[in-house]
Design a binder for this molecule. Structure first.
Ligand SMILES: [Zn+2]
Ligand SMILES: [Zn+2]
Length: 210
C-alpha cells in the first residue's frame, strides 16, 4: 500500500491518496482545494488509476475539488445525510471564507453504517460517526490497521459540534461506539492535523474518555 497525505488550502484540510501497487488502482479521501491536481500527479507517477473519491462528510473545505473528480468520471461516495452539502455547497458559504468558489456535484454511491466495500483492492468497513456533521463517515481498513475518520476525532481533539447538524452527545457516542471500539493499535487519519492511534486517544483525548 502506498499512502500519502497532503494538507491543502484554504484552511489546512488533509487529503489522502491511497494506491494499490498490485491492482494499479488508487482512491482519494476528501477533496480540499488542490486535491485533484495533487492526486492526478501522484496517479501519473505511480501509473495508477484513481477509481474512487471517498468523502468523510460534506463540509465545504473537504469537497471544494470534488467536482473535478466528478468531471473525470471518478466514482464519488458519501453519506446521504449530507446530500444538500454535496449538491449545493454554497449553503455553507457563511461558514467558509470570502472569495471561495463553490461547485456542486453528484454522489454516485451512498454509503451507510456497517457496509463492507472493496475499493482499489482494499477491503474496508464503513461506519457512521455523526455529531460533527450529520453525514460523517469512517472508513476502516482492518488489514492495514488504519481508519480514515474525517473530522470526528483529531489527535487530542474532536470535531466542532457548533455547526449546523452538530451535537456533542451524538459525537461522543459515535467516538465511543465506532472509534474506541477499534483495536488499540489502529492508526487514525483525521481531516486535520497529525496521525494518531485509538490507544493514544483513549488515554489522552481531553474531550471523550471511556
Ligand atoms: Zn468538518
Ligand atoms: Zn474539516
Amino acid at each position: 500500500m502506498f499512502l500519502e497525505c497532503a494538507e491543502l488550502e484554504p484552511i489546512g484540510t488533509n487529503a489522502y491518496f491511497v494506491a494499490n501497487e498490485e491492482s494499479k488502482q488508487a482512491f482519494v479521501v476528501d477533496a480540499p482545494l488542490g486535491a485533484f491536481a495533487w492526486a492526478e500527479a501522484l496517479s501519473n507517477s505511480l501509473e495508477c488509476e484513481i477509481v474512487s473519491l471517498l468523502l468523510t462528510h460534506g463540509h465545504w473545505d473537504h469537497i471544494l475539488d470534488a467536482h473535478l473528480f466528478a468531471e473525470k468520471g471518478i466514482d464519488i461516495m458519501g453519506h446521504e445525510a449530507d446530500k444538500m452539502l454535496f449538491e449545493k455547497p454554497e449553503v455553507m458559504a457563511s461558514f467558509s471564507i470570502p472569495g471561495i468558489e463553490f461547485n456542486g456535484f453528484s454522489i454516485n454511491q451512498w454509503l451507510k453504517e456497517n457496509e463492507d466495500i472493496s475499493i482499489a483492492g482494499f477491503e474496508m468497513k464503513v461506519s457512521e460517526v455523526p455529531g460533527h456533521c450529520p453525514g460523517s463517515l469512517l472508513f476502516y481498513l482492518k488489514q492495514e490497521s488504519l481508519a480514515f475518520v474525517g473530522d470526528a476525532i483529531f489527535c487530542r481533539g474532536i470535531g466542532r459540534c457548533d455547526l449546523p447538524g452538530g451535537n456533542f452527545d451524538t459525537l461522543k457516542n459515535s467516538i465511543l461506539k465506532n472509534i474506541y471500539s477499534l483495536p488499540n493499535e489502529t492508526k487514525l487519519y483525521s481531516g486535520h492535523g497529525p496521525i494518531t492511534t485509538v490507544l493514544a486517544e483513549k488515554q489522552d483525548n481531553p474531550f471523550v474518555q471511556i
